[in-house]
Design a protein around this ligand. Structure first.
Ligand code: ACO
Length: 328
């Protein structure tokens, strides 16, 4: 059997919020945000537009283009930092809205590493179920609902959007497009980036709402350092395990949190700047969805050619870390 990427696509909400728009209600400005993050704008979901809706929009596009019916899916894996509810999994809503009646589905909570974690889990599920043909990997985020719009330290960094990747077992003796990923976590940094309130630890109360514990909290400087170190280390391990050196990489497609994190990581890996994909300028950090949106943008711009080797890498809350090589 050979696992291949059959199709990829993305969806972002219509509404755009620019840095200049933010400066109308926050003590911030385009110059501060752009020089520190590389972000110019982000997309914001409509109040009624949910994580499953955005995920379904990306998924429908991907399935329709591939000519694959939702009923042919064996599984749907959805990664989200901003799921619709604590439980059940938002993946169940995607399953229902798509009409994927033969698919089991579940959420993967690995924050910004969600796409890499999901691709690896989907790869393992396909390997363990030789009769399963298709798995849909979806990443969808409504970060605008969980950031504190009164906190300029965090809200300027994030955006909403979704991506979907259709994986196929082609039942032929072709090499897998997905190499085994290197995944890990370091729970010692649990408190460095989290949404403290609303779970079983701190159920919502009026006092908790007054303290704004229902929103994302982050130690930005620490996360910056951990992201660069983690993506570099995990990329090097993924390359070593595949017996490859960074020169073999055609494209580095890292998690798009901040262009300074992306560039510092690429520099440490000695990957030339022109082989590094960046699109954070247009979307902000869409957490689990950034790598999928990046791949969809690259394909739309005709940057991806058959046989090219891609290195995906991400670090996120948890602290979750992952890197995976993909043969396009
Ligand atoms: N506009 C204007 N000023 C601001 C803003 C803003 N939006 N936000 C913070 N400031 C102020 C602070 O209040 C502080 O002021 P002070 O010095 O008077 O106290 C000052 O700017 C801090 O400035 P810098 O030290 O230059 O900030 P820094 O270089 O650390 O950049 C940033 C901050 C962009 C958050 C950086 O730390 C970062 O990118 N961290 C990574 C965070 C991240 O990407 N998280 C995403 C989720 S995790 C992931 O995806 C890997």
């Amino acid at each position: 059997m050979g696992i291949r990427i059959r199709n990829i696509g993305s969806y972002v909400p219509e509404k755009i919020l620019t840095n200049d728009d933010l400066s109308k209600f926050l003590d911030t400005n385009d110059e501060w945000i752009y020089t520190r993050t590389g972000i110019r704008q982000r997309h914001i979901a409509a109040p009624e537009e949910q994580v499953s809706d955005m995920g379904c929009s990306a998924a429908k596009k991907v399935l329709e283009e591939a000519g694959v019916s939702p009923s042919e899916l064996g599984a749907i894996l959805l990664s989200s930092t901003s799921p619709e509810c604590l439980f059940p999994a938002s993946a169940c809503l995607v399953q229902e809205k798509l009409g994927a009646k033969n698919a089991f589905s579940f959420d993967i909570q690995a924050a910004c590493s969600g796409m890499v974690f999901s691709l690896e889990n989907a790869r393992c599920i396909l390997k363990g179920n030789p009769s399963m043909r298709y798995i849909l990997v979806v990443a969808s985020e409504k970060m605008s609902a969980i950031v504190d719009w009164e906190n300029r330290d965090t809200c300027v960094l994030f955006g909403d959007g979704a991506a979907a990747v259709l994986l196929e077992n082609d039942f032929q003796e072709t090499p897998d497009a997905l190499f085994p990923a290197h995944l890990g976590v370091d729970g010692a940094y649990f408190e460095s980036l989290l949404l403290p309130g609303g779970g079983s630890r701190l159920p919502l109360t009026t006092a908790l709402l007054d303290e704004r514990q229902q929103f994302l909290h982050m130690d930005g400087k620490l996360i910056f350092k951990l992201a660069v170190a983690g993506m570099t280390e995990y990329s090097n391990i993924a390359l070593e395990r595949a017996g490859l050196s960074p020169e073999k990489i055609d494209w580095f497609v890292p998690h798009q949190a901040n262009v300074r994190i992306v560039d510092a990581t690429a520099e440490r890996l000695a990957i030339p700047s022109e082989q590094v994909f960046r699109n954070v300028e247009n979307y902000g950090n869409t957490c689990a969805a950034t790598i999928g949106i990046a791949l969809a943008d690259m394909r739309a711009r005709d940057l991806l050619k058959p046989g090219q080797l891609l290195l995906l890498a991400a670090v996120g809350a948890g602290l979750s870390k992952g890197a995976m090589l993909v043969r396009w």
